[in-house]
Design a protein around this ligand. Structure first.
Ligand code: HEM
Length: 156
C-alpha cells in the first residue's frame, strides 16, 4: 500500500516535470507573436563573419533600422554613413548562398539607405559588402552577418 502510494506520488511528480518541460519546449514558438502590418523600428548589429562580435561595418550603420511588415512579410531599410566607401551591400535572404543587391532606397549627403526582404528576423542574415576607399588603395569584399534584435521592435 505504502509502496504503491509512493509510486503514485513519483509518477505524478514525473508527469508534472514532463508537463513543465513541454511547456518550456513549446514556449519559443509563441515568443514572437505575429507583427501586425505596419512600420516599426528595429535594432541590429553587424557581426564579424562567423562571430558574435561587432564588425567594422557596424560602426557605419545608422540605428535603428526601419522594419516594414506587409502581409506578414518583413522588409528592412538600413542607412549607412560614409556611403561612398560602401558601394555594394548584398544579402542572402534564404540562406541558399545566392546574394542579391539590396535595393537603393535613397541617398542623403554621404549616407545611403538600402532595403531588403528578411525571411526570419531571428536568424543571422548573411550579408556581403564591398568597401572601396581609393586614397587608401582599399578595395575588399567582406562577408558579415546582420543580427536583428526582435525585442527592440517599436512603432516607427
Ligand atoms: C578608414 C577606413 C577604413 C580602414 C582604415 C579599414 C581598415 C580595415 C582593416 C585593417 C581591416 C582588417 C584587415 C582585413 O580583414 O582586410 C578591416 C576589416 C574590415 N573592414 Fe575595414 N577599414 C575601413 C573602412 C571600412 C568601412 C567603411 C567598412 C564598411 C563596410 C569596412 C568593413 C570592414 C569589414 C567588414 C572588415 C572585416 C572584419 C570585420 O568584419 O570587422 N571597413 N578594415
Amino acid at each position: 500500500m505504502l509502496k504503491s502510494l509512493s509510486l503514485k506520488k513519483s509518477s505524478t511528480m514525473f508527469l508534472l516535470v514532463a508537463m513543465l518541460l513541454m511547456a518550456f519546449a513549446v514556449a519559443p514558438a509563441f515568443a514572437n507573436p505575429t507583427l501586425a502590418d505596419g512600420e516599426y523600428t528595429i535594432n541590429f548589429t553587424v557581426l564579424k563573419d562567423g562571430t558574435s562580435s561587432a564588425s567594422t561595418m557596424d560602426g557605419y550603420a545608422v540605428k535603428p533600422a526601419k522594419l516594414i511588415v506587409e502581409n506578414g512579410q518583413f522588409y528592412v531599410e538600413t542607412t549607412w554613413n560614409n556611403a561612398s566607401w560602401i558601394p555594394d551591400i548584398q544579402v542572402d535572404q534564404d540562406g541558399d548562398g545566392v546574394y542579391t543587391d539590396a535595393d537603393l532606397i535613397g541617398t542623403s549627403g554621404n549616407t545611403k539607405t538600402v532595403g531588403f526582404e528578411v525571411a526570419d528576423l531571428s536568424a543571422k542574415l548573411e550579408t556581403k559588402t564591398h568597401v572601396v576607399i581609393p586614397f587608401l588603395f582599399y578595395d575588399s569584399w567582406y562577408k558579415v552577418q546582420i543580427q536583428f534584435d526582435e525585442s527592440s521592435i517599436a512603432p516607427y
